[in-house]
Write a new protein. Structure first.
Ligand code: ATP
Length: 430
């Protein structure tokens, strides 16, 4: 929890003094006559932390001093993507009740020219990127994309933008991320403790930084699982080498983490929001027949500097490399990662029983204390390689998670992860 930083202003609504925590403040907009301002902020339902925040407008006769300057210059073409299938399906409501009125207040003249794209299917963001965003960015147009989605929306955008070679005119679109997904790892990692407006504050600020990303390259038989794993499809190919690839900005995992993301990605589980991960974890960790959780078998190597070093153990429980600090708001997987710092951290531990796994994961919910546990390997790395070499017969133990997407590898399949150097999008930060 961040320490409250209250600020007060005189409101002439009822001639009273109002106090708002700075973390909930979006903007103070001067009125045209200069005599007063509109303070825009959000209020939260303390009894229900998953409820959408309410957007509030208050007229201030004496605006508070020392507020960060607003920077709402509008030199870009603005697109708004409303990912209607993300999270528990609240993006539409949030757009109508918060985003629309806020944009009207911040951009009174231009907001009507903003282009709105509600998603209609799982391929909507990818199609939009191919048809609209990439061609425009690649011919040098300046775009700002306001994305009401989880991490999946960002990943569809990034993969779409990287699916064709960029021209010298390519201009990285700016992305404002409004966390309407389930875990929203990227949003929470960029904004941890800095703001509590569900990203709305970024619409009134002009701070953007390049989004660090990685590239995962797979063996030829790797397949992307879609439609609750009922179907599979080929992965995108590296335009230069033809190898199957996926780009990510959050996490590449195998073993326990990938399995529980994959097992909980069903319409039934999704209704439970972020609880779905814990529910799937319990099922995987405490098999009904009373046996131990599966010891995952593969050769795992890490890249330190320019050298690949295999881990001694060939059986594993948790193998995860991440570019962010938080995989959920309170799940601090990599406490040493700073927002958008481009680092890649490994979190690893070997086979153990369900109670021990729950204990270690519980430490991650206590500010990332698991990394101090002697059972856990935590290291800043340059890359990760997982090679199955025929060690796992059953395909369900060969599932890799890239930012929530699941890729199944062949018996002798492999994946290699490295940091990507291309600057694809810039992302809003406070
Ligand atoms: N109208 C729709 N119909 C079907 N699928 C949709 C629709 N809108 C979005 N989707 C898909 O739903 C998925 C939502 O992923 P997203 O990551 O945004 O949310 P999430 O998985 O709930 O959150 P997180 O990744 O942060 O945990 C994406 O794969 C997206 O393509």
């Amino acid at each position: 929890m961040s320490t409250p930083r209250p600020f007060s202003f005189s409101s002439d609504d009822k001639d009273e003094e109002r106090t708002v925590d700075l973390i909930n403040l979006i903007a103070v907009v001067p009125r045209p006559d200069g005599t007063s301002s509109t303070v825009i902020y959000v209020e939260h339902d303390d009894a229900n932390p998953t409820a959408l925040p309410q957007l509030k407008f208050s007229k201030a006769t004496s605006p508070p001093p020392n507020l960060p300057p607003m920077n709402i210059s509008n030199d870009r073409e603005i697109h708004i993507v409303v990912s209607t299938g993300s999270g528990t399906g609240k993006a539409d409501t949030f757009f109508d009740e918060a985003v629309k009125p806020l944009l009207r207040a911040l951009f009174p003249d231009s907001h009507r020219f903003f282009k709105i794209h509600p998603t209609k299917s799982a391929t909507s963001i990818h199609d939009l990127t191919n048809d609209v965003f990439f061609p425009q960015a690649n011919s040098g147009s300046l775009l700002r994309i306001i994305l009401l989605s989880g991490d999946g929306g960002v990943i569809d955008l990034v993969n779409g933008l990287l699916s064709k070679p960029a021209s010298v005119e390519y201009k990285p679109p700016q992305v404002v991320l409004l966390p309407l997904g389930t875990a929203n790892a990227l949003y929470h990692s960029i904004n941890a403790g800095r703001e509590n407006t569900w990203g709305l504050k970024a619409l009134a600020l002009g701070n953007y930084q390049p989004l660090p990303i990685f590239t995962a390259t797979f063996s030829l038989g790797a397949r992307l699982l879609i439609n609750e794993a009922r179907s599979e499809e080929e992965l995108p190919k590296n335009p230069q080498t033809g190898s199957p690839i996926l780009h990510g900005a959050v996490v590449c995992s195998w073993a326990m983490h990938a399995s529980l993301v994959a097992d909980s990605d069903t319409a039934e589980y999704r209704k439970f929001g972020v609880e779905r991960f814990k529910m799937a974890a319990k099922e995987a960790l405490f098999p009904a027949d009373g046996s131990m959780p599966h010891p995952y078998k593969a050769k795992v190597s890490i890249l330190r500097g320019n050298n690949w070093t295999p881990l001694e153990k060939e059986e594993h429980m948790y193998v995860l490399a991440t570019m962010v600090s938080n995989l959920e708001k309170t799940f601090k997987i990599s406490p040493a990662s700073k927002p958008l710092d481009g680092s890649l951290h490994l979190v690893h531990f070997g086979p153990t029983d369900g109670n021990e796994v729950m204990r270690i994961m519980g430490l991650a919910y206590q500010g990332g204390k698991h990394v101090d546990d002697p059972f856990v390997l935590y290291e800043n790395i340059e890359g990760l390689r997982i090679q199955f070499e025929g060690k796992e017969e059953d395909a369900r133990w060969r599932r890799i998670c890239i930012d929530g997407k699941i890729v199944r590898l062949e018996k002798d399949g492999w994946v290699e992860l490295r940091k990507e150097t291309q600057r694809v999008v810039d992302v809003a930060c406070n």
